[in-house]
Write a protein of this length. Structure first.
Length: 615
């Protein structure tokens, strides 16, 4: 059974709840019961040993916890109740009390999961509606044993359940998780340059962090990727999540994986950093797009003003209407330092288009971009296809940020346009209508790893039929079209120097004149004897960094306004990354004769159809 069928089977519990629960409340029952059944199955192999050891140590007056931990090993999770979901069905009259007892038998970290779900309230409500036995029976018959449903599949099941829950609740599914193919691409990109980590048999220990952990999908995929390439490596997973239900699922997943669950912290990452002072080797994040941060504005502004660059938000603050760049700064602050050429960090973050260009010179957004580029932290930006996410169809971009760039990347940024790398899904999921296939992920990973400029070349014959399409790097020869055919070249990978994204905004002034047309001069202080500017004639010009400003003035301004000058005190340096401009391909307009002939053909067909109706 695949994860879609399994999630549909689990969601069929909704048929029992209909009438006693509103649709928007189904997930409050289904999600915690799914976690409970998963833990039920995971603990089954050690259950008998745990119970025997628990009785033995309790009878002897000894704290059983360390001995039970030894039995379960990396799981760090156990249950000391003799009950489980199937055995609960044997005592229908006392199922409510027995279910309480069973949940209370879990170790402390597991109990916290059910408290986050507010599970006890649901037990009471189900019992009053005479539904508790029926729901328990339904879940007791679902096999979620790890040998049947591995951790990766289980993660997908949870995500599908949350998606269903979010859809019927009119909530945003995208707040909870990221499409798996996007995560796989990001994981590939943050690991690809680290041969020591990926080399089989090398027992390295690394850390990875997600400040918007959701159900833990990004952390899980990263752990699986590293385990496939180097089983000897150990990756410590850490994260923080605001939503209680997502946090509970993430914590359950970490428990089952044998990870230190104290590394998964609840709360708002921006206002209460749950990992204060910690640094990480790798990081991944998909923060909410276009969500305002007014609720936490006071705490963030206080940190920005009081701590400056010693805090997380030193470079600047974006506008209150979109806090995604705050997560970008938060990750930068979590980067492990490079010491004697060792250490350092690399992270990937999904952002919408606004962080590329929003805000003019001197604005918070521009200052954040300036800090990243002038400190040579941006390694690459990859444009994803639209309609890739569950809650939005807008354009999205993956930023790869690193303070340990290889020598050939230092001083450069790679822009990759992967917006054409997709296939249509058989069935849409919310706003998600497209997905990236493994071949697409492999191609983008290769282009990033090779760090070369490349373009997609399409060969057409004389009739306009596509003969071939391939990606050609700057060092390769493009295919030749047949006689009468043509080539279409679309850039895919481009490389720029950091400073190419910078500019200086100049304030161009022109003199104020009196009614007689004479220039008005200042009368006091430093302005005495100097021409006074006319604010109604004031203009601004953006000049690329590196250009001689006086030469620009002489070339572009003075021929049109000989009396103009630049107020250097108002000059500001800004940065923007006009991604689409660098990948724009001019499409020549169609020949007018061709359009005219096509219109004549359409008109002839319309007249023929009207003639048939008249007969």
């Amino acid at each position: 059974m695949n994860q879609a069928d399994l999630s549909n089977l689990i969601w069929s519990v909704a048929d029992l709840l209909r009438g006693d629960y509103r649709q928007s409340e189904y997930g409050k029952v289904i999600l915690p019961f799914t976690v409970l059944r998963r833990l039920d199955c995971v603990l089954a192999p050690t259950k008998a040993k745990v119970l025997a050891e628990f009785r033995k140590k309790t009878d002897a007056g000894i704290n059983p916890d360390p001995f039970l931990q030894r039995i379960v090993g990396e799981l760090k999770l156990y249950n000391t109740s003799p009950l489980n979901l199937p055995t609960l069905l044997g005592d229908q009259d006392h199922i409510r009390q027995n279910l309480y007892t069973y949940v209370q038998g879990f170790s402390a970290d597991a109990r916290d999961i059910f408290e986050r779900f507010d599970f006890y309230s649901q037990i009471e409500r189900l019992a009053k509606a005479d539904l508790l036995y029926l729901v328990t029976e339904k879940f007791a018959n679902v096999d979620l044993h790890p040998q049947r449903v591995d951790n990766a599949q289980m993660g997908l099941v949870f995500e599908e359940l949350i998606r269903k829950f979010s859809e019927i609740s009119n909530e945003t599914a995208g707040e909870h998780f990221t499409p798996r193919e996007v995560i796989r691409l990001m994981v590939n990109l943050i690991f690809i340059e680290d041969d020591d980590v990926l080399s089989p048999g090398n027992p390295v220990v690394r850390t990875i962090y997600d400040p918007t952990a959701g159900t833990g999908g990004m952390l899980s995929v990263a752990a699986e990727h590293l385990a496939q390439h180097n089983p000897a490596a150990r990756l410590t997973l850490s994260g923080q999540e605001l939503n209680d239900e997502s946090y509970a699922i993430c914590k359950a997943d970490m428990l089952i994986r044998g990870q230190a669950v104290e590394n998964i912290v609840p709360g708002n990452t921006l206002s209460e950093d749950g990992h204060g002072g910690r640094k990480f080797d790798y990081m991944l994040s998909n923060p909410p797009f276009g969500v305002e941060w007014k609720k936490v504005e006071k705490a963030i502004r206080k940190e920005h003003e009081e701590k400056g660059f010693d805090g997380r938000f030193g470079p600047g603050l974006p506008r209150v209407s979109d806090g995604s760049m705050l997560f970008l700064l938060h990750l930068v602050a979590k980067m492990a330092p490079v010491v004697d050429g060792e250490g350092g960090s690399r992270f990937g973050i999904v952002l919408n288009g606004s962080p590329l260009f929003t805000g003019g010179a001197g604005s918070g957004e521009s200052e954040i971009r300036r800090y990243l580029l002038e400190n040579d932290l941006v390694e690459a930006i990859i444009a994803l296809p639209t309609d890739m996410f569950y809650n939005t169809g807008i354009a999205t971009y993956v930023w790869i940020v690193s303070n340990k760039k290889p020598d050939d990347r230092k001083g450069f940024v790679q822009l990759l346009d992967a917006s054409g790398f997709w296939r249509k899904m058989r069935k849409s999921l919310g706003s998600k209508r497209k997905e990236m296939g493994e071949e697409h992920i492999a191609t983008v990973t290769r282009l990033f790893g090779d760090f070369v400029e490349a373009e997609r070349v399409t060969v057409f014959d004389a009739e306009g039929k596509t003969l071939e399409e391939r990606i050609v790097t700057a060092t390769e020869s493009a295919p030749q079209p047949p006689e009468g055919g043509r080539l279409k070249r679309v850039p895919m990978s481009r490389i720029f120097r950091n400073e190419e994204f910078g500019y200086t905004t100049l304030t161009v002034e022109r003199p104020l004149r009196d009614e007689a047309g004479n220039i008005v001069l200042g009368q006091k202080g430093k302005q005495k004897g100097k021409p006074q500017p006319d604010s109604s004639l004031r203009d601004t010009e953006n000049v690329p960094l590196g250009q001689d400003i006086q030469a620009y003035l002489a070339r572009e301004v003075l021929p049109h306004a000989p009396d103009a000058w630049i107020d250097e005190a108002k000059s500001k340096v800004g940065y923007e990354i006009p991604f689409n401009r660098h990948f724009y391909v001019f499409e020549p307009p169609r020949d007018l004769h061709e359009i005219d002939e096509e219109l004549k053909g359409v008109s002839a067909r319309i007249m023929a159809m009207l003639g048939e109706l008249a007969e």
